[in-house]
Design a protein around this ligand. Structure first.
Ligand code: G6P
Length: 361
């Protein structure tokens, strides 16, 4: 049944596998050729918006970082803020759209940030999974991600669905606002988005994540590197890893390795290099720099990319639009974290000291 674990040992594993279905829920009825239809946000909703602030915590913040890049490229200057850090940093007025991104809709820091934006005259919106949650009552309008209930404390399917929902929202804002421009390859991109649940399905059926986790269990530290859309994925990969394995994990912008983190790289560490997307080849060069210091490199790479010589192991992701490939890479990393935590005997669905939703500031 929907709320039970069924054949699974953990809700997290069930929710990882549920991603194709969750995504179909997120997308249902919302794409039509080269246009996006959001019942909640009819065309014209975002007229007059000149810039966007995305407010979020934890995994939702990483989804917001992906969306900030998409919106900025669509001509709308956008910043993603950790909700607990959203104080008097930026001019806010009626041309500001403040979007709270929160799976539960109950995170106190996110609700607080949204109130501060509204008090400064921003227009407000929410992107959430929970119908009737506090955020949906507080925001002017709400886009539901429709991923189905998520029980595991570590967010998995809701991250993927949040990014996809925010991608649809980006299209709507870019169409409505004078400042925005809809991407030139909209038809092709939206077709890839519609086919995306199938790509996740293919990945889930073919993944070698378990072998990679067995091979890397017990390393001193696990580093995740990526650039562009893959940078938030590196942060998310590391967050998931530390949340459920309790091992030392950090995510870095791959170009920043040489400005500090390389000092941490030894023969006893693993670097997970996100080689998907338009900037994958550049990250491969950064992975090579790490490899030269003796670290073990696990590549997460598209089919057909030559990673020989740098990567000791590789997890492949199926073909998709380059701007979506990082989300597939993230699914591989969810699985690596899960299998590692399983192998270490951790409390996967309820990690120590963490809660599914944090209702205190
Ligand atoms: C808690 C959870 C995280 C989640 C964060 C934000 O810290 O353990 O998994 O990402 O809250 O939650 P939200 O419901 O606002 O997305």
């Amino acid at each position: 049944e929907e709320t039970g674990k069924g054949e699974y040992d953990h809700y997290m594993r069930k929710e990882i596998d549920a991603q194709p279905e969750a995504l179909r829920g997120t997308l249902a009825g919302r794409i039509d050729g080269d246009d996006v239809h959001l019942e909640e946000f009819p065309p014209g909703t975002f007229e007059g918006v000149e810039h966007v602030h995305l407010l979020a915590c934890g995994t939702s913040y990483h989804a917001a970082l992906v969306a900030a890049r998409q919106l900025t490229r669509a001509g709308l200057p956008t910043s993603a803020f950790r909700a607990s850090e959203y104080y008097d940093l930026q001019p806010v007025d009626e041309s500001t759209l403040a979007v709270a991104v929160t799976q539960s809709g109950e995170t106190a820091d996110t609700l607080g940030a949204l109130r501060r934006a509204r008090e400064a005259d921003a227009r407000t919106a929410a992107v959430t999974n929970v119908v009737g949650s506090s955020v949906s009552r507080e925001a002017d309008d709400t886009l539901y991600i429709r991923a189905g209930p998520e029980i595991g404390v570590a967010a998995t399917k809701t991250f993927t669905s949040q990014v996809v929902a925010l991608t649809l929202l980006t299209h709507r804002i870019a169409s409505d606002s004078e400042a925005g421009t809809v991407r030139e390859d909209a038809a092709e991109f939206l077709a890839a988005l519609e086919a995306f649940p199938n790509a996740v399905e293919e990945l889930l059926a073919t993944t070698d994540a378990r072998t990679v986790s067995d091979d890397n269990m017990g390393r001193d530290a696990h580093f995740f590197i990526g650039r562009d859309f893959e940078y938030p994925v590196a942060l998310e990969g590391a967050l998931k890893f530390k949340e459920i394995t309790y091992e030392h994990a950090e995510g870095f912008a791959s170009g920043e390795l040489k400005h500090g983190p390389l000092a941490l790289v030894t023969t006893d560490t693993t670097v997970y290099a996100l080689l998907t997307g338009e900037r994958g080849e550049e990250t491969l060069k950064n992975a090579e720099e790490a490899k030269a210091r003796g670290t073990h490199v696990v590549a997460i790479a598209p089919e057909g990319m030559d990673v020989g010589g740098v990567a000791g192991e590789v997890l492949r992701v199926p073909d998709t639009h380059p701007d979506l490939a990082g989300l597939l890479a993230n699914v591989q990393l969810q699985l690596v974290s899960y299998h590692t935590a399983y192998g270490l005997g951790r409390s996967i669905d309820k990690p120590r000291n963490l809660a599914k939703s944090v209702t205190v500031e």
